[in-house]
Design a protein around this ligand. Structure first.
Ligand code: C5P
Ligand code: C5P
Ligand code: ZN
Length: 454
C-alpha cells in the first residue's frame, strides 16, 4: 500500500475465513451492539448480505449474555459484530458455526470460532479499528462495489471516538483507500460547532460551555457582545470573526477548567462524504441517538440511505441532545463526588451514562480522575466509565479494572482501556467504589514502578 499502512496478513486471513463461512451459509443470524459503532457494523453487514443474496436476520443488543448466545444454537451461521471476543467460551459451546467481528481486547483466540479481531494482529482496537471498520474490511474484501459503504464505517469510527487523535491502523487504511477512490475528504475541525451560530452553540455538547449550552438567550447575549451575527452560519464566518469567536470560546472553556487536551480533540479533522452529503460525526450522532433511544433499526435504515429514517432520526437526535444538555446542566449544579483516583455521579437514564461521563470529565470535572456513572436498571446497577489519554499513560486501564472489580462484587464488566462498563448487583455500589479506587491506585503504582525501573 502506498503510504505504508498495511493490513496484517493474519487479520486478512481471518477476514477471508469469515467470508468463506458467509459464502457457505444460506441463512445468517447477525447480532450487533446497540451503540453507533454497533449499528454501523450491522448496517454494513446488512448491505453485504443483501447484495450477496443471503437470507438474514439482524438484531442489536445492549450486552451479550449467555442466554442470548444459547438462543442462537439453532442458527446455521451466527455473526457477531462489535461484540463476541469476551464471550468465546459460550460461543464455542454452540452447535452452529460462529463468526466474531470485534475490536474489544480479547483474553485469548479461538480454534472453533472464526475470530476476527485487530488486537490479535497487534492493532489496537481502542484507537485504530472499531467494529464497523472490521466489518468494512470484510465488505471490501467481498466486493469492490461495497466501497460505497465507507460513510457508514466512518459513522462507527467517529462514534467510537477513534478520530480524536487522528486516524491510524485499519481506520487510516480505509481513509487512504477511500481518498484514492474519491469517496472521502478530511476537513479541519473547529471549536465553533457547525450550523447557524445561535442554534449550534445552544445545542453544543462538543464543546460543552457552562452557562450557554442549552440556554439560547445566554448564547444570543454572548454573540451580541462579541459582535457576531447570531443567525450567521458558522461555516460562512469570515476569518476575523471566526478567530475572534474561537478565542472567546477558548477563554470560556479555560475559565470552566477544560483541559487543553480536550480543546485539541475538539479541533480534530472531520470526515466528509460528498455522495451522501454527511460528515462522519453527524452520522455518528444520529446513530448514537437512535441506539440510545431504543431505535436501532431506524439507525440501520438511515445509514443505508432511507430518507424518512433520516428525518425521524434528526428529531430523535435533537431530543436526545436536549436531554444530554439538561443532564449536564444538572450535574454542574449538583456536582460530582470525588475519591482519590475517581469521581462519580448517579444518573437515572442508563443510556446517557457513557456520554455524560465523557463530557463531565473533559469539560468541568477533574480530568485527572477516571469518571464513573451509576444507574439503576431492573434489579441491577449499570456502570459506565471514561478516562483520558493522559490517565492511560499513568497506567489506568478501565477495562481491566472494571472487569476485575465487578467480578469481585458478583458482577461483570469490560470494554476498552479508556471507556468501559459493568453491571453489578444492587447494594454493592459502595464496595465497588472502594475496590475500584484501590485498583486504579494499584495500576498507577505499577506503571510508575515500571517507569522508574527503566
Ligand atoms: O462497544 P464499543 O467499543 O462500540 O463502545 C465504545 C464506547 O466508548 C463508545 O460509546 C464510545 O463513544 C466510547 N469511547 C469514549 N471515549 C473514547 C473511546 C471510546 O467515550 N476515547
Ligand atoms: O455502556 P458504555 O458505553 O459505557 O460501554 C463502554 C464500553 O464498555 C463499550 O465498549 C462496551 O461494549 C463495554 N462494556 C463491556 N462490558 C459491560 C459493559 C460495557 O465490555 N458489562
Ligand atoms: Zn465498538
Amino acid at each position: 500500500m502506498d503510504q505504508g499502512v498495511q493490513i496484517p496478513p493474519k487479520l486478512l486471513s481471518s477476514i477471508f475465513q469469515a467470508k468463506e463461512e458467509i459464502d457457505k451459509a444460506a441463512t445468517i443470524r447477525v447480532i450487533s451492539h446497540y451503540d453507533a459503532d454497533g449499528i454501523s457494523a450491522a448496517a454494513i453487514l446488512c448491505a453485504v448480505l443483501h447484495r450477496a443474496g443471503k437470507s438474514f436476520q439482524i438484531s442489536m443488543v445492549k450486552g451479550l449474555t449467555d442466554e442470548i448466545i444459547a438462543a442462537s444454537d439453532d442458527a446455521e451461521l451466527l455473526v457477531l459484530s462489535d461484540m463476541g471476543s469476551a464471550n468465546l467460551e459460550a460461543l464455542e459451546k454452540l452447535n452452529c458455526r460462529v463468526v466474531v467481528l470485534d475490536h474489544h481486547k480479547p483474553l485469548r483466540d479461538s480454534e472453533k470460532v472464526v475470530h476476527v479481531n485487530p488486537h490479535l494482529s497487534g492493532i489496537d482496537g481502542m484507537t485504530s479499528a472499531c467494529g464497523a471498520s472490521v466489518c468494512m474490511l470484510l465488505a471490501v474484501n467481498t466486493e469492490e462495489r461495497n466501497w460505497d459503504l465507507l460513510p457508514i464505517a466512518f459513522g462507527g469510527i467517529a462514534g467510537d471516538r477513534q478520530t480524536i487523535k487522528g486516524l491510524s491502523g485499519i481506520n487510516l487504511w480505509l481513509f487512504e483507500e477511500g481518498l484514492k477512490r474519491g469517496l472521502i475528504e478530511a476537513i479541519p475541525g473547529s471549536l465553533i460547532p457547525p450550523g447557524k451560530l445561535v442554534d449550534a452553540l445552544t445545542a453544543s455538547t462538543e464543546p460543552y460551555v457552562i452557562g450557554f449550552s442549552g440556554d439560547q438567550e445566554a448564547v444570543k447575549t454572548f454573540l451580541a457582545e462579541a459582535g457576531v451575527p447570531a443567525e450567521q452560519d458558522s461555516l460562512k464566518l469570515n476569518e476575523e470573526l471566526r478567530m475572534k469567536l474561537s478565542s472567546l470560546l477558548a477563554l470560556k472553556l479555560i475559565a470552566q477548567g477544560t483541559a487543553l487536551e480536550t480543546m485539541e480533540e475538539v479541533v480534530r479533522d472531520r470526515y466528509y462524504f460528498k455522495a451522501v452529503n454527511l460528515e462522519a460525526e453527524t452520522m455518528a450522532s444520529l446513530l448514537n441517538a437512535c441506539g440510545r433511544s431504543g431505535q436501532e433499526s431506524m439507525g440501520v435504515a438511515l445509514a443505508l440511505g432511507d430518507p424518512s429514517a433520516m428525518t425521524a432520526a434528526q428529531e430523535l437526535r435533537n431530543e436526545y441532545n436536549f436531554t444530554v444538555i439538561s443532564s449536564l446542566n444538572e450535574l454542574v449544579s449538583t456536582g460530582i463526588t470525588k475519591l482519590n483516583h475517581l469521581q462519580y455521579f448517579h444518573n437515572d437514564k442508563s443510556g446517557l451514562s457513557g456520554i455524560l461521563c465523557g463530557i463531565t470529565m473533559q469539560y468541568f470535572g477533574d480530568p485527572d480522575k477516571a469518571t464513573i456513572a451509576f444507574s439503576e436498571s431492573e434489579d441491577k446497577i449499570k456502570i459506565s466509565s471514561r478516562g483520558t489519554f493522559p490517565l492511560l499513560e499513568s497506567g489506568v486501564d478501565l477495562a481491566e479494572a472494571l472487569r476485575l472489580v465487578a467480578a469481585e462484587v458478583g458482577g461483570f464488566g469490560g470494554g476498552h482501556r479508556i471507556a468501559a462498563g459493568a453491571t453489578i448487583p444492587q447494594g454493592e455500589e459502595q464496595r465497588f467504589l472502594e475496590l475500584l479506587d484501590a485498583k486504579l491506585a494499584e495500576q498507577k503504582q505499577l506503571k510508575s514502578a515500571e517507569t522508574s525501573a527503566t
